[in-house]
Design a protein around this ligand. Structure first.
Ligand SMILES: Cc1cc2nc3c(=O)[nH]c(=O)nc-3n(C[C@H](O)[C@H](O)[C@H](O)COP(=O)(O)OP(=O)(O)OC[C@H]3O[C@@H](n4cnc5c(N)ncnc54)[C@H](O)[C@@H]3O)c2cc1C
Length: 402
């Protein structure tokens, strides 16, 4: 049975690898001229620095099966991610921790005292309806105005009041001095970079990789089954409209010496046009660097020709997604996976876990001479669990995703 995988990011590479190891011949088509998708890394020839071309990527997970899987394709080194915020000439630890709170309020509070101080500032909003209300109910106006509101509004290009409360729930606030950005037990970097890792995943006699090939739904029709990790709305010719994404403009600069004490410095202030600066050499201290590379990130609303980075996922977008999910579930020869195929922000470990789950469920179906599922089982549950928003065009109840 000829299998086509569209996209050579971590989702497509995982699907292809699992099928190849199960004995299937797999064709992988990638629109770009290199594999790796959004995780792509390259060594800058002038400085020797490993550059994360689509934004800083840290592999972190609590899923030991995924961790064991990725380690088959390259060595990793432990890495602890540190982030600072630069505000009014001062550097603060991020996420907001006890250290940040004490520095910001010029105090020396214990953990319990800090909790009580912040609780006294919080607004009594029992059921926050949006990002702003969630922030005011959990950290109060002073920290919100300094660290969260302007940064979030730059990042999303919308008033914080228009964003869902769930966006705030993803931002950690800690009443300890622990400075690591992530909580997961595994936090690491692939020694040779993510592109090399994905290339190794795709290096298999059963995998036929075509770079610089953009697949359309018509081309995909020539295969018995297709795993599509490109945008789900593109597969359907955007027939229900384009799903909204934020894009990023990256401005790279080579410097001599070093500029930052940590890999990423956020700039929450409204009058600074970029959101953050990444200094890449912190990610790969094992690389012999002859200088440094800095990258400033400028978010903007993605147009039809821009790279989609962050799915916006407001109510309107979720309603549109519901229409595409119904259309996807109504056919049986294409499965959708990955951040673009399911229109969700996914960390790499989640993308890999879901791709493996879809691949194994598909192999089990094929053994029964049945069609592979349209989404990984847990993704379909997630997409189906949400209330219906707007399905006028199809006239059927549409599943939604959180
Ligand atoms: C700024 C930023 C920072 C991030 N930082 C982290 C981090 O620190 N840690 C973490 O775990 N995750 C991070 N992520 C998430 C990570 O990028 C994703 O988990 C990962 O890229 C998902 O891989 P994917 O294969 O699903 O999608 P992608 O990497 O987007 O791969 C999809 C591929 O499909 C190709 N494609 C699309 N359409 C077609 C078509 N029609 N024909 C052929 N090819 C096509 C694309 O060119 C692309 O290469 C970050 C994401 C962003 C945006």
């Amino acid at each position: 049975m000829p299998i086509l995988v569209v996209g050579a990011g971590v989702s497509g590479a995982t699907l292809a690898r699992v099928f190849a190891e199960a004995g299937y011949a797999v064709t992988v088509c990638e629109a770009r001229d290199e594999p790796g998708g959004h995780c792509a890394t390259r060594i800058d020839p002038e400085t020797g620095v490993m550059v994360h071309f689509h934004g800083p990527h840290i592999f972190h997970t609590g899923d030991l099966a995924t961790w064991a899987f990725v380690q088959r394709f390259g060595a990793f080194v432990p890495y602890r991610h540190r982030v600072e915020a630069r505000l009014d000439g001062e550097s603060y630890a991020l996420p907001v921790t006890l250290t940040t709170i004490n520095q910001f309020f010029r105090r020396d509070l214990s953990s319990d005292e800090a909790r009580r101080t912040i609780a006294a500032q919080c607004l009594p909003i029992e059921h926050p309806q949006n990002f702003e209300e969630a922030a005011l109910a959990n950290i109060g106006p002073a920290l919100y105005e300094a660290f969260f509101k302007p940064y979030t509004e730059k990042q999303w290009g919308r008033p914080a009041r228009d964003l869902p409360a769930s966006v705030f729930a993803r931002l950690p606030v800690r009443y300890t001095e622990r400075a690591d950005y992530f909580d997961h037990p595994v936090q690491a970097m692939p020694v040779a970079g993510y592109s090399a890792l994905v290339e190794t995943m795709l290096h298999h006699p059963k995998i036929d990789l075509h770079l610089g090939h953009t697949v359309t739904a018509e081309i995909a029709a020539g295969f018995d089954h297709v795993f599509w990790t490109g945008p789900i709305d593109a597969f359907f010719g955007h027939c229900y409209g384009r799903l909204a994404y934020r894009s990023l403009r990256f401005v790279h600069e080579r410097i001599t010496g070093r500029a930052q004490s940590v890999a990423v410095v956020n700039y929450p202030a409204r009058d600074v046009p970029w959101t953050r600066i990444t200094e890449h050499r912190h990610f790969a201290p094992h690389c012999m660097a002859r200088g440094s590379v800095l990258t400033r990130e400028y978010p903007f609303e993605a147009g039809p020709d821009d790279t989609p980075y962050y799915p916006v996922r407001l109510a309107h977008d979720k309603a549109q997604l519901g229409q595409y999910v119904v259309a996807a579930l109504a056919q049986d020869r294409v499965s959708f996976a990955g951040r673009l195929g399911t229109y969700r922000y996914l960390d790499m470990d989640v993308a890999i876990r879901e791709a493996r789950s879809l691949a194994h469920a598909s192999l089990a179906a094929l053994r029964r001479h049945a069609r592979p599922p349209v989404f990984a089982p847990e993704v379909e549950t997630c997409l189906s669990a949400q209330p219906v928003l707007n399905l006028g065009q199809i006239g059927r109840k549409a599943p939604q995703c959180a």
